[in-house]
Ligand binder design. Sequence first.
Ligand code: GAL
Length: 365
Amino acid sequence: MNSAAPRSCFLPDEPWPDDQGNHINAHGGGILHHAGVYYWFGEHKEDGDTAEVGVHVYSSTDLYNWTDRGIALAVVETPGHDIERGCIIERPKVIFNPPTGKFVMWFHLELKGHGRKAARSGVAVSDSPAGPFRYLHSLRPNPGVWPLNVTPAQIAALPEGQKLVGTAFWGSPHPDRAKMNFLGRDFHSGQMAKDMTLFVDDDGAAYHVYSSEENSTLHLARLSADFTTHDGAWTRAFPYLWHEAPALFKHAGRYWMLSSHCTGWNPNTARLSVADSIWGPWRELGNPCTSPAPAGRLGPELTFGGQSTHVLPVHGKPGAFIAMFDTWRPEAHRTGGYLWLPLRFENDRFTLEWLERWDLSVFGA
Ligand code: GAL
């Protein structure tokens, strides 16, 4: 294996070699900053959609050069196990829980052989940031608990929703299911959770944010004190507006979200939203991508070919955020790219411009 020459810039969507010279394999990922080190967790992908290996982790101190730290959470061979090889593990995120001293990983889990119907959340823990993580359990969020912003009409419509139990839909907009009562359908068994992120607020409370209700509606659910389950406080946001790929961050006392529309592996228009409270109301501000289409590449209306996965606060640079996108290549998933661009705060919103090559100096001293 060749060692790659050190990098001192970001080259969006170019192959990104790790310290061994291999293209980084951490798709749909997120980054934890702990004790001066960045840890990048993501889906280790072979060619198809299924998890054949697990969650890969890399570490870095400069964000340009990444050391392969191996498989943080490995799939298992036991037939029928939640994370049996051949299941689907997507969008893993890791946060640190100070009271327990544990690193806690959440991911979107689909059970082997069941397509994308399970819509569960997997949870794993570790004593050290790079793992190995120990698989704990999987769950459907908040069974039997109404959201904080439930309406009397939604409670009254529970029997109606229950008639849909057993039905499943492919998670994208469709006129027939524009306002179907998935909330009531899944009330007793727990809500669906697909594309997801984790967010830790300044007060130490953590939130699980995920596409639910067949992807039609986003849920924001507070985690328990040890971060391994939910504490029952949650809200619905953007009902029937079909958000995927949520990434949350906080700036100037407000909550910001980058997300996408629902078009599977195909790129669509990025979405920026803002709220004064994490519980909402959330307000959509439109497409943050502004610059014209770069030569030979999809334009700002298609997120330059990317889909959001995480927004990374640059450590030691208040107000500096990197928007991380995947460029999916479903014909050979492992070759999927990483498109990182700096978020620019101006006129009370964030914008994103295409850059061929850039480094952290764009954020100033
Ligand atoms: C995308 C989603 C990905 C993956 C894919 C499967 O919309 O963001 O994480 O689930 O659908 O088609």
